[in-house]
Design a binder for this molecule. Structure first.
Ligand code: CTP
Ligand code: MG
Length: 174
């Protein structure tokens, strides 16, 4: 049980790093360059920036490379270079895709979407990793690990965001 939890956190670590680091280093030019979609609303909004995307992805990749160097204990998953990149970048891509649909549904930047805000980056990391390295994904993200990640992530996300709110990194505690 504990082994599964530790492995789940280990495997998701590049995403657990890239996502908050986009918030830490984010700001500046928005990815949509301020442009609007056909519905008159912003394509993504000011909350998704180029710097956040690049810095977040870089931090996630660095975390994964460090994890690769630490000799794996017990049954911890061993990353491939592809997986490190797709987990880090996929997490932020998931967040961006979510913002796209949030805007289409008329939610303004920062509006709260229960569970979607918490799991968007997990979905992004998994889909991109499955697309580029399905063998590695299936071997490491077993049904048990997947369920564990789905339960743990909203809890971690909530705690991180409350913390981010109090140190004034985030405008909303979600
Ligand atoms: N951020 C960024 N670039 C990203 C992701 C996040 O710069 N690719 C920064 C932005 O400053 C953003 C903050 O992190 O405001 C919080 O991220 P998030 O909650 O994902 O964005 P929201 O502002 O809530 O926007 P949205 O409603 O589109 O989710
Ligand atoms: Mg938000």
């Amino acid at each position: 049980m504990l082994e599964i939890i530790i492995n789940a956190i280990w495997l998701m670590m590049p995403a657990y790093i890239s996502n908050p680091m986009a918030v830490v280093f984010g700001g500046g030019t928005p990815i949509d360059l301020g442009k609007k979609w056909g519905d008159g609303r912003r394509i993504l909004g000011d909350g998704k920036t180029i710097r956040g995307l690049l810095a977040g992805t870089t931090c996630g990749i660095i975390a994964g490379l460090i994890q690769m160097q630490i000799s794996p204990v017990g049954s911890l998953g061993i990353f491939t270079y592809t997986a490190i990149v797709t987990i880090s970048f996929g997490a932020l891509l998931g967040d961006i895709v979510k913002s796209f649909f949030k805007r289409r549904l008329g939610f303004t930047r920062g509006a709260k979407l229960l569970l979607i805000d918490q799991l968007d980056f997990v979905a992004g990391a998994w889909i991109l990793t499955y697309a580029f390295d399905p063998q590695w994904f299936i071997m490491n993200f077993t049904p048990q690990i997947i369920i564990t990640v789905l339960i743990l992530t909203p809890i971690f996300h909530r705690l991180t965001n409350i913390f981010g709110y109090y140190i004034k990194l985030k405008k909303e505690p979600w």
